[in-house]
Design a binder for this molecule. Structure first.
Ligand code: AMP
Ligand code: ZN
Length: 146
C-alpha cells in the first residue's frame, strides 16, 4: 500500500521506506529532500554505503528524472566525502535490478562500495562474449532514440 508521508510516497512493507520514515534506525551519512545515504548494515567492504530516493520506486525506470538526478548528485557528494575520509584505493558503484541481478530490497538503491588493494572482492567475472556481428546488431537494437 502506498501512503503519502512527509511529502514522500511510502510503502508500508518496504524496509528502506521504514528507514526514511525513522521507524528503523540507520547510520545516516547524508540526506536532503529527495535522497538518503546510509551505511549498509552488512557491508562488502569498510564504508559500504547505500544511496536511495526518498520516494519509493523499485527501479530506475520507475523514478522521475529529477529524482534520478538528485540521487546521482548525492552519490557524488558521498564519493567526494569518502575520498577524504577513507583511505580507499577505488570504488564500485553498483545497482542490482531484479532478483536475477541480486536485488533483494525492491526500493531502488545505489551501492557505493569502497575498494582497497587486496580486499579480496572480485567483480570481474566475464560470463559472456559477443562476436563483432552481434556487437553491431546489439548497438542497433539498444540504440536510444532522442
Ligand atoms: P540488494 O541485494 O542490492 O537489494 O542490496 C540490499 C542491501 O541492503 C544489502 O547489501 C543489505 O546488507 C542492505 N540492508 C538490508 N537491510 C538493511 C538495513 N536495515 N540497514 C542498512 N542496510 C541494509
Ligand atoms: Zn520503499
Amino acid at each position: 500500500m502506498t501512503n503519502k508521508v512527509l511529502g514522500c510516497y511510502y510503502m508500508d512493507d518496504c524496509i528502506f521506506c521504514r528507514i526514511i520514515n525513522g521507524e528503523i534506525p540507520s547510520y545516516t551519512i547524508y540526506q536532503d529532500k529527495k535522497t538518503l545515504a546510509f551505511l549498509d548494515i552488512n557491508p562488502n567492504t569498510r564504508g559500504h554505503t547505500l544511496v536511495i530516493p526518498k520516494k519509493h520506486a523499485k527501479n530506475i525506470i520507475d523514478m522521475e528524472d529529477t529524482d534520478v538526478e538528485a540521487l546521482f548528485r548525492t552519490v557524488k557528494k558521498v564519493v567526494s566525502s569518502m575520498k577524504v575520509s577513507l583511505d580507499l584505493d577505488g570504488l564500485n558503484l553498483v545497482v542490482n535490478q531484479g532478483e536475477v541481478a541480486g536485488q533483494v530490497i525492491h526500493h531502488f538503491h545505489c551501492h557505493i562500495i569502497p575498494r582497497y588493494v587486496d580486499d579480496g572482492i572480485n567483480y570481474s567475472s566475464k560470463g559472456y562474449s559477443s562476436s563483432t556481428e552481434e556487437l553491431e546488431e546489439l548497438a542497433g537494437k539498444i540504440s536510444v532514440n532522442i
